[in-house]
Design a protein around this ligand. Structure first.
Ligand SMILES: Cc1ncc(COP(=O)(O)O)c(C=O)c1O
Length: 347
C-alpha cells in the first residue's frame, strides 16, 4: 500500500502504535524511563515473554519498579540483536550496554546480522559501553561450512567446558581431568577446520573490500528497495519503509508480505521463475515477526495448534530480499518489476 496516497499505513508497518519503534530508543526516553528499556529485555527473557529483536521490545507492559528491583537483586543478562535480520534496524548496542552495566547486568549481542555490514567495536572492559558477549555466524558473512564466533570474557569459561570431548583436555587420569587451555577446552571433538579457515578468508575479504564502502552501497540500494516496494499496491514491508530509524541507516534488506499470496509461493515464484534468491518464513525470529504482523496471543495460539498438527503452511511469515555488496540497482528494479507481475497474475 502506498503511504503517500494518504491511506492508513498497513497494520504491520505501524510499530509506534504498540509502544515500540523509535520511541523505544534509550537515548530518546526521559530520565529513569530509559533504564526500563534495558531491564525490560531482561525481565521479558526471565518470564518467558520472549526477547523481541531490535526495537521490538514492549516497554509499556513491564512494571518498571519491579523490573529494576529484579535486575538489581539477581543481576542478569541483557540480550539483544545488533541488527535485526527481519527489518534491518540497527540497535544502539553501546547505549544499551551502558544501561545494562549501570544496573549490574552483562550484555550479549547477537551480531549475526550486524557483523557482515558494520565494524563492531567491543571496547575495553573499563568502558561503560563495552560489550561483554558478541556472537556471529560464518554463513551470514558469506562463508560456507557453518563456523561461528563467540567473544566472551575469559573468566566466563572457567571450570569444566560446556561440551566435553576429544581435544578438550590436557590429561585424564584415574582420579583427575585437567582441562586444556582456551580455546581448545571449549572445542571438543573434531574441529571444523574448513569452516574456520573459510570464515577467516571471508572476514579478510570483507576487510579488504572496506566496511564503509560496502555499507554505503548496501544502504543506498536498501533505500531504493524500500522506496520501490512502497509504491507497489498490495505489498507491505515489515517495520515500515523508512530507510533510517533513530539516526541510523537501516541495513539493505526488506521483509515484505504480498496481499493474498502465501510467502512460500512468492518466494518459490521469485526463485524458480525469475532466478531471484530470497528467504521466506519467520527468519528464526518468530515472536518478532508475529509482533510485526500484529498477531495477538489468540492468533498465535491458533497458528501454533495448526503447525503442531502438521499444517506447516499455516505459519505466517514474509519474504525477505537481502542485499549484498555484489548486488546492483538493476537487480533491485527487477525485484520490483517481478512483484508487480506476480500481483497482476494473482488477480
Ligand atoms: C540476527 C540473527 N541471529 C541469529 C541467526 C541464526 O544464526 P545461525 O543460523 O548461525 O544459528 C541469524 C541468521 O541466520 C540472524 O540473522
Amino acid at each position: 500500500m502506498k503511504e503517500s496516497e494518504g491511506a492508513a499505513p498497513q497494520a504491520w508497518t505501524d510499530m509506534a502504535a504498540s509502544g515500540t519503534g523509535s520511541a523505544a530508543w534509550p537515548g530518546q526516553l526521559p530520565g529513569g524511563v530509559s533504564a526500563i528499556v534495558a531491564t525490560a529485555i531482561v525481565v521479558a527473557d526471565m518470564v518467558g515473554v520472549g526477547v523481541f529483536t531490535s526495537l521490538g521490545f514492549q516497554v509499556k507492559d513491564i512494571p518498571s519498579g519491579f523490573s529494576i528491583l529484579l535486575l538489581w537483586v539477581v543481576g542478569g543478562l541483557v540480550a539483544l540483536c545488533g541488527a535485526s535480520n527481519v527489518t534491518g534496524f540497527v540497535s544502539p548496542i553501546h547505549d544499551v550496554a551502558e544501561l545494562a552495566h549501570r544496573h549490574g547486568a552483562l550484555v550479549s549481542i547477537d551480531a549475526a546480522q550486524l557483523a557482515p555490514h558494520h565494524r563492531i567495536d567491543i571496547r575495553p572492559a573499563s568502558d561503560p559501553g563495552h560489550l561483554d558477549f558478541v556472537s556471529f555466524s560464518g554463513h551470514k558473512m558469506y562463508a560456507p561450512y557453518g563456523a561461528g564466533v563467540l567473544v566472551a570474557p575469559r573468566d566466563f569459561f572457567a571450570g569444566a567446558p560446556e561440551v566435553m570431548g576429544g581435544g578438550a583436555i590436557s590429561i585424564v587420569t584415574w582420579d583427575d581431568t585437567v582441562w586444556a587451555d582456551l580455546p581448545d577446552r571449549e572445542e571438543a571433538g573434531s574441529p571444523n577446520v574448513i569452516g574456520a579457515v573459510a570464515l577467516g578468508v571471508a572476514i579478510d575479504t570483507l576487510l579488504e573490500l572496506g566496511f564503509e564502502e560496502m555499507l554505503r552501497h548496501e544502504v543506498e540500494l536498501g533505500a531504493t528497495l524500500l522506496a520501490r516496494l512502497s509504491r507497489i499496491p498490495g505489498v507491505g514491508v515489515l517495520g515500515g519503509v523508512e530507510s533510517r530509524l533513530g539516526g541510523q541507516a537501516r541495513l539493505g534488506l526488506a521483509s515484505f508480505v504480498v496481499d493474498g499470496l502465501h510467502h512460500g509461493l512468492v518466494a518459490a515464484a521469485l526463485s524458480h521463475e525469475w532466478g531471484i534468491a530470497v528467504r521466506n518464513g519467520c527468519f528464526c525470529a518468530n515472536p518478532y515477526v508475529f509482533h510485526l504482523l500484529h498477531m495477538d496471543k489468540h492468533a498465535v495460539d491458533a497458528v501454533e495448534g495448526e503447525v503442531t498438527a502438521g499444517h506447516r503452511k499455516a505459519l505466517p511469515g514474509a519474504v525477505r530480499a537481502s542485499l549484498a555488496p555484489y548486488n546492483t540497482a538493476g537487480e533491485v528494479d527487477r525485484i520490483a518489476e517481478v512483484l508487480l507481475d506476480a500481483l497482476r497474475f494473482s488477480g
